[in-house]
Design a protein around this ligand. Structure first.
Ligand SMILES: *Cc1c(COP(=O)(O)O)cnc(C)c1O
Length: 371
């Protein structure tokens, strides 16, 4: 393949006739008595797919996590343990409860929270652990759950990008008290903006519903019994998300095919680490990614220069998220693995519309730049 005229993007949705049919139906008929038809259908199908008893469509994963922490009554003075490598949505919701995010290191293979480091960070003030499924990778959830049970802590899973991933026989979001998913436009399944809160705890779910209805008394219209939120998903968004959910296995297969091809193409590059596969897990490979492992090899190119050079060849890419504790509002955490990986990682184009020919082209550019 020659250098393309248009930038090859990191993400982008697949919209089939099904999506158009559902959205068309929702916009024509999804009003009045039918105003929640698609939303209810989506929630039912989602909870069944995930293996959680309850699901609630939300404005996004961020709103879902906020509701989760509010339902769990996280309050000022509490501490919540998070991986330093995460998207700041997870740390912000802790801050908004007046609680303190405590950042710990990640595992070099999974890029997810290190259970040993969690253990070391537990204090009398710790109330919850928030594992984050980086780029669809799998956290060591058995370990996290064991610790949570032992120290009587809640678990809220940021599973935003992990739809379709599987840990042993469980889906992300079902190990904790709550899980949060995202349908934001760059995710594996999209509704433009949108998300999902899942739980199998009836009491907590009922509380989340009240909180998301402005804290209104469920038995007394317009009577507020506590301060609440309004993080809703619309029926229109749900119609698009439903069509996407029905195609999730297709997307997971496609993302995995893209990853396998990159992995094969880049296997000769020394010092490059890619997404890790635990034998007992299936990652949705939301973002095929590479990390420049500077311990193994001295690279002559910086991560940011690599991104710039790729762009000259019409290949878009994203830097990994920063370690959140690096931001000026925090005291920088001692998390060498998170720092190393965050500052040397990039997400490669991984959209479900990507062709194998494009993957080969991108790989050839990477080999040229890093070979
Ligand atoms: C995308 C993403 C989010 C944010 O999801 P929204 O639906 O936009 O709120 C949070 N955490 C992680 C790890 C993500 O990848």
């Amino acid at each position: 393949m020659k250098k393309p005229k248009e930038l090859i993007l990191t993400a982008g949705p697949s919209i089939s006739k099904k999506e158009i049919r559902y959205v068309d139906d929702a916009v024509k008929n999804g009003w009045n008595l039918h105003m929640f038809d698609y939303k209810e259908k989506l929630e039912k199908k989602f909870s069944k797919y995930i293996g959680a008893k309850y699901a609630m469509g939300t404005s996004g994963a961020t709103g879902a996590m906020q509701l989760a922490l509010a339902a769990l009554k996280i309050k000022p003075g509490d501490e919540v343990i998070l991986p330093d490598l995460c998207f700041y949505a997870a740390s912000d919701v802790v801050i908004h409860m007046g609680a303190k995010p405590v950042f710990v290191d990640i595992l070099p293979e999974t890029w997810c929270i290190d259970p040993q480091k969690v253990k070391g960070a537990i204090t009398k003030k710790t109330k919850a652990i928030m594992p984050v499924y980086m780029y669809g990778n799998l956290c060591e959830m058995d370990e996290i759950r064991r610790l949570a049970n032992k120290y009587d802590l809640y678990v809220v899973e940021d599973a935003a990008p992990a739809l379709g991933s599987k840990y042993k026989n469980k889906k992300p979001g079902t190990v904790g008290e709550f899980g949060a998913y995202s349908f934001q436009g760059a995710k594996i399944a999209i509704s433009g903006i949108g998300g999902m809160l899942v739980t199998s705890n009836k009491k907590l779910f009922e509380r989340a519903i009240i909180l998301n209805n402005h804290g209104q008394d469920p038995n007394r219209k317009f009577f507020q019994i506590e301060f609440g939120y309004s993080f809703h998903m619309s029926n229109l968004q749900a119609s698009l998300a439903l069509a996407q959910l029905e195609r999730i296995e297709e997307f997971v297969l496609k993302k995995n095919a893209i990853f396998t091809r990159y992995k094969k193409n880049l296997s000769g590059l020394e010092g490059i680490t890619m997404n890790f596969d635990q034998p007992y897990a299936r990652s949705n490979k939301w973002m095929s990614s590479i990390v420049l492992n500077r311990k193994i090899r001295k690279f002559s190119i910086t991560r940011d220069k690599l991104i710039a050079e790729l762009r000259k060849e019409m290949v878009d890419s994203r830097p990994f998220f920063y370690p959140v504790s690096m931001f000026p509002m925090y005291k920088e955490a001692d998390t060498p693995v998170a720092h190393e990986i965050a500052l040397n990682g990039i997400n490669l184009p991984s959209g479900v519309n990507l062709t194998i020919e494009q993957v080969d082209y991108i790989s050839s550019i990477l080999v040229k730049l890093l070979g």
